[in-house]
Design a protein around this ligand. Structure first.
Ligand SMILES: [Cu+2]
Length: 164
């Protein structure tokens, strides 16, 4: 009887919607410190999903901070942007990508154990909803402008970049 129940439970687990993340890779990753005392920082990157299933990024960890959060920026009126934690994380659709970029979604490092120098490598482990993890190396680059890399549209991202 007990065994039958266990098998049923196992079957139910496998029947859950698949959110496989094995096809996910990261490109264009960099890290910026923020604030005069550089107490915090943020990582930006493009998450590419070559797989057949959607994937959800739900968290991250790093030796550089004991508290990493997934954040986004929202408009609170008059062109003012504010950071908010996104507890459900970020969707990376199958055969598509999701950009973490200045003035939008990012991985927030609250309270740094030390301040990385320009060009230093920051090791971050991304955690996905399917339980898998992806270690990525993010280069500290405080000199990078928001318009470098992927995003080439509009000028608004410029004014919000300073908060990160
Ligand atoms: Cu943030």
């Amino acid at each position: 009887m007990f065994r039958t129940l266990s098998l049923a439970a196992a079957a139910a687990l496998f029947a859950m919607p698949a959110l496989a993340c094995e096809g996910v890779t990261v490109s264009d990753a960099y890290f910026r410190t923020s604030g005069a005392m550089a107490r915090s920082g943020a990582a930006f990157m493009v998450l590419n999903n070559a797989g057949d299933s959607d994937c959800q990024l739900v968290g991250a960890r790093s030796d550089l901070s004991s508290r990493l959060e997934l954040h986004t920026h929202i408009q609170i009126g008059d062109g003012i942007m504010q950071m908010r934690e996104v507890e459900e994380g970020f969707l990376i659709p199958a055969h598509s990508s999701h950009a973490l970029e200045r003035g939008a979604d990012h991985v927030m490092f609250m309270g740094l154990t030390h301040v990385p120098e320009q060009g230093d490598n920051v090791e971050v482990t991304l955690i996905f909803a399917d339980g898998s993890e992806l270690p990525v190396t993010v280069v500290a680059d405080n000199e990078r402008t928001p318009m470098q890399g992927q995003m080439q549209t509009g000028g608004h991202a410029m004014s919000h970049g300073a908060s990160n």
